[in-house]
Ligand binder design. Structure first.
Ligand SMILES: *[C@@H]1O[C@H](CO)[C@@H](O)[C@H](O)[C@H]1NC(C)=O
Ligand SMILES: *[C@@H]1O[C@H](CO)[C@@H](O)[C@H](O)[C@H]1NC(C)=O
Ligand SMILES: *[C@@H]1O[C@H](CO)[C@@H](O)[C@H](O)[C@H]1NC(C)=O
Ligand SMILES: *[C@@H]1O[C@H](CO)[C@@H](O)[C@H](O)[C@H]1NC(C)=O
Ligand SMILES: *[C@@H]1O[C@H](CO)[C@@H](O)[C@H](O)[C@H]1NC(C)=O
Ligand SMILES: *[C@@H]1O[C@H](CO)[C@@H](O)[C@H](O)[C@H]1NC(C)=O
Ligand SMILES: *[C@@H]1O[C@H](CO)[C@@H](O)[C@H](O)[C@H]1NC(C)=O
Length: 650
């Protein structure tokens, strides 16, 4: 818990190269400094272990085959992505580096299914997380680890060690590869002493990141002086000094070109210290310092004795004032949209990252507060490439805010009906159809809690840089009190996407999302809004029109005319339209589950589906639903068809 921690050295490091001429022998320096496992487990273990194993073998190949000392790897197959990073101290040989890495792999596997973990040894470190962390520099949980013996004479030693560490801190960020090792001789009366020091930053941090991290590391390790050994560990850097050699003497870095002026005056201070220390005064000073060291109170307590980084894989609590300034006081210019659950703003955080902040329009009570925290924790553990990541939350007074990753391309409705209408080609539309189905299948069947979205519509499907879909707003319906969940005013405007049994009877199942999905697919194919009546269609709604064209085998007439007919195959379009119609059948029991939809989308051709039944058509004012949906047993398709009365457009 304390910043200064006595380190029990488990491994006695023998510096073979110092003893054996010719450098036979090996020392991978697997002295464990720090480890930690995330409190959150991966959701799909098979995906997770496949990804984890793949990143580890990728890292190993880079170290071994590429003789690298730093490597990153990532795998995002399925639901649990893995981002991994490893780094060896540059003085380790390839063989030592790989054996340190192997030790780290077997150690880190003790975290079993945790979605993030790290192991830090003297010789190397290994870390993985469920999202990218490669640019991180300093994080809460950074810590200094001190030896258990003090050096004397203390003043001389402390001053010399401080200078060495300061030089490393200043020079290392400027050195290509962010690694430096140096040594310094202290001339004192009876025996000369050498201090050895090493500093290293992750190669994927920036120069400023490296500086910031080493600054913190310097402060942490300085508190160890006058101990003979000290180390500082952090997310993006490592700093170590010792009076025992721990790297080959002949490899030190020349720091001089990287140090500005000012080191002269520090040199003077050391010389003065040496001169003073040489005299008889030394006894008094040492005695005083030993007394002082022994009676020293623990230094300021830092929270968490392990690196906070990994443990923060749950929701992050953001500061209200930071969000307020990041959104320019929730200004209109920063508003991205108005959703069913509140307004969304674009926010640029202090670290330069852009996020989306949703200001929830839900009144907060004590009960809401507790369930809010639980739900946020749940939602923030949903990781899937077709679902928007919830990064964190913030609650201040009655205000509840959710922080999401930012999607530059905005939402699907802009591309279907808005300014960018007609700009999506067939392949992009197909990808969006498949990706959205995958995201929903994950929410329904793969995540450990079944999450029904209840509000699937194009404005809730965001597009990333490569136009892959990311479903937004999932899980939020769970925050609403039970009696507000169906047919509230929030949903009335989008009844076009709402399954009839939910709109009328409030019957909720995952098939409610299947229905909405089917409607959205028809919109993607046709470029027509489900609630709009096109002048050329004799007053028919989209669903009704699609059904008629299906019955007369004229599917292709539904396709958006902005699409180039050579861009798609008629068979593909037919298949997708039929899947959409299957999803929108009036009886929930007849609709496929979303994982069945994924399989159907992947399967080759249309035609081999169960008999479709005519969907329910809902009146244009969205209030009077004149369809009989009570027979949702779906005994046979012809019966079901007969029991549904069709309502024409007007
Ligand atoms: C210091 O650590 C070494 C092993 O690293 C141990 O053998 C020794 O007993 C420790 N000394 C004290 C005073 O704790
Ligand atoms: C994570 O999984 C491990 C073993 O698979 C289990 O012991 C642990 O309780 C799980 N933790 C959580 C928070 O579910
Ligand atoms: C991953 O590697 C571990 C250890 O080598 C092995 O036990 C496990 O079966 C592997 N899992 C997968 C999914 O490849
Ligand atoms: C090692 O790298 C070379 C090229 O750099 C590559 O051709 C070879 O397949 C690699 N071997 C392994 C085992 O990864
Ligand atoms: C992993 O955990 C097991 C049992 O919990 C323990 O016996 C083993 O030593 C651990 N391995 C490492 C490398 O810490
Ligand atoms: C200490 O170093 C100084 C200067 O490098 C040298 O003159 C002296 O002989 C050394 N003393 C011992 C005991 O090694
Ligand atoms: C350092 O010394 C070792 C043997 O002591 C030698 O093998 C190695 O090549 C030397 N390295 C440099 C950079 O001179």
């Amino acid at each position: 818990m304390m910043n200064k921690k006595k380190l029990t050295v488990l491994t006695i490091n023998i510096w073979w190269w110092a003893c054996v001429m010719g450098g036979v022998g090996a020392n991978p320096q697997i002295n464990l400094l720090n480890e930690g496992c995330s409190q959150y487990n991966a959701t799909s273990l098979s995906d997770f272990y496949t990804n984890l194993n793949a990143t580890f073998s990728d890292l190993r190949a880079q170290l071994l085959n590429g003789s690298k000392h730093f490597a990153t790897a990532q795998q995002a197959k399925g639901s649990d992505p893995v981002y991994a990073m490893t780094q060896c101290r540059n003085y380790l040989s390839t063989a030592d580096c790989v054996s340190c890495f192997s030790a780290a792999v077997s150690q880190i596997r003790n975290c079993s299914a945790a979605n993030g973990a790290r192991v830090i040894y003297d010789g190397c470190f290994l870390r993985y997380e469920s999202s990218s962390f490669f640019d991180q520099s300093t994080l809460p949980g950074n810590v200094g680890l001190c030896g258990n013996q003090t050096e004397s004479p203390a003043t001389t030693f402390t001053a010399a060690a401080e200078e060495l560490l300061m030089d490393l801190q200043v020079a290392t960020p400027k050195i290509n590869g962010f690694f430096a090792e140096t040594s310094k001789e202290i001339v004192s009366g009876s025996a000369n002493q050498t201090i050895y020091g090493v500093a290293q930053c992750a190669e994927t941090t920036s120069e400023t990141g490296c500086q910031d991290c080493l600054k913190v590391a310097y402060t942490n390790v300085q508190s160890c002086l006058p101990d003979t050994d000290g180390r500082a560990v952090d997310a993006g850097c490592f700093l170590r000094y010792s009076t025992t050699s721990f790297f080959p003497d002949n490899q030190t870095t020349n720091l001089a070109p990287f140090l500005g002026k000012g080191s002269n005056s520090r040199k003077k201070a050391i010389i003065i210290g040496v001169v003073v220390g040489g005299g008889g005064l030394i006894f008094l000073i040492v005695g005083f310092l030993i007394y002082f060291t022994l009676s020293r109170k623990p230094k300021k307590v830092r929270r968490g004795d392990i690196l906070g980084a990994t443990e923060l894989q749950g929701p992050v609590n953001y500061q209200y004032k930071d969000l307020k300034s990041a959104t320019a006081n929730f200004s209109e210019e920063n508003k991205l949209g108005e959703g069913g659950f509140g307004d969304v703003y674009k926010a640029t955080l202090n670290n330069g990252k852009t996020v989306a902040v949703k200001r929830l329009a839900i009144l907060q009570s004590d009960r809401a507060q507790t369930s809010f925290e639980n739900e946020v924790k749940l939602i923030s553990n949903v990781h899937h490439r077709n679902l928007i990541r919830l990064l964190g939350c913030c609650s201040k007074g009655p205000e509840l805010l959710l922080i999401y990753e930012y999607m530059a391309n905005n939402s699907l409705d802009k591309f279907l009906f808005g300014q960018k209408r007609g700009s999506l080609n067939w392949k992009q539309r197909n990808d969006i159809i498949v990706g959205t189905a995958r995201g929903l299948a994950y929410l329904h069947e793969e995540f450990h809690v079944c999450i029904i979205h209840r509000d699937i519509k194009p404005s809730n499907i965001l597009l990333d840089d490569t136009f892959q879909p990311r479903i937004a707003d999932f899980g939020l319906a769970r925050l609403l009190p039970e009696d507000q969940t169906h047919l509230s005013t929030r949903f009335a405007g989008t009844l076009g996407y709402t399954a009839p049994e939910y709109a009328i009877h409030g019957q909720l199942s995952e098939k409610v999302d299947t229905y909405s999905y089917g409607v959205v697919v028809l919109e993607i194919v046709s470029g027509q809004k489900s609630s709009e009546i096109k002048s050329d269609t004799m007053g028919e709604f989209l669903l009704e029109k699609a059904w008629k064209l299906y019955e007369t085998d004229r599917h292709s007439e539904l396709v958006d005319e902005t699409l180039d007919p050579s861009d798609y195959e008629a068979e593909d379009v037919k298949k997708i339209i039929e899947i959409a119609l299957m999803c929108t059948q009036s009886s929930a029991a007849l609709r496929p589950t979303m994982s069945e939809v994924v399989v159907l989308l992947k399967s080759a051709r249309s035609g081999d589906y169960r008999q479709l039944t005519r969907p329910v058509f809902i009146d244009s004012d969205h209030k009077r639903v004149r369809a009989d949906t009570s027979t949702s047993t779906g005994t046979s398709s012809s019966n079901a068809t007969a029991s549904i009365s069709q309502v024409s457009g007007r």
